[in-house]
Design a protein around this ligand. Structure first.
Ligand code: FMN
Length: 186
């Protein structure tokens, strides 16, 4: 079946907001991508699913490099700007710089990285996979930093703050679960 992008039934996913930087025929660019995931530890691989004709997709195909950032709770406006227009028509990096957002040169690849995100990973394209109407760009991480800052959460087309940690169940409940797992071992 096909589902529209804003179908309520698919808006139950809770995601990070990925901010993907790239450089190529469309210059230095940034886009927002909720479909950003860590998919392997060793080697460390990150995947981003990108819709057709986006400047980011074309830039990455050209240079085989991209920056993956996880937006912090105070980067919601930055995310909306990155997702609100295409780098084919707007120099979003210039817009953000004029708003005071800071970028720096990546150390292992040749593009701009965003400062102050929760995580910043420099990636080299390892594989491109066509998946329905999106293309998954899988990158090998060649440099990564992170900082203690709360992430920006995305759900139902809206931004949210990270919630409270859920307490562990009481020891008696944990013991009972252990007992049941033992009893039902195959
Ligand atoms: C919060 C948010 C999440 C988004 N997630 C994705 C995504 O995972 N994949 C995608 O292709 N587009 C996603 N978009 C839309 C792109 O960011 C948007 O189409 C952008 O204009 C593409 O920029 P570009 O053409 O400069 O690459 C998202 C937008 C927002 C605001």
């Amino acid at each position: 079946m096909d589902l529209k992008w804003d179908d309520e039934r698919t808006r139950k996913f809770v995601t990070n907001v990925g901010l993907i930087t790239s450089k190529g025929a469309h210059g230095n660019n940034i886009m927002a991508a909720e479909w950003t995931h860590h998919v392997s530890y060793a080697p460390s691989l990150m995947a981003v699913c990108i819709g057709p004709n986006k400047a980011t997709l074309e830039n990455i195909r050209e240079t085989r490099e991209f920056g993956v950032h996880l937006a912090a709770f105070d980067q919601n406006v930055l995310s909306s700007i990155s997702g609100g227009s295409t780098g084919k028509e707007v120099d979003k990096i210039a817009v953000l710089k004029e708003l005071g957002v800071k970028f720096y040169n990546a150390s292992k690849i040749d593009l701009l990285m965003l400062e102050d995100a929760v995580m910043q990973a420099e990636c080299k394209l390892m594989q491109e996979v066509e998946l329905g109407d999106h293309t998954m760009m899988v990158g090998e991480v060649v440099e990564i930093i992170s900082r203690e800052k709360e992430p920006l959460i995305y759900r139902g087309g809206k931004y949210w703050n990270f919630g409270d940690q859920i307490e562990k169940p009481e020891q008696a409940v944990l013991d009972r679960i252990k007992e049941l797992v033992e009893k039902n071992k195959k």
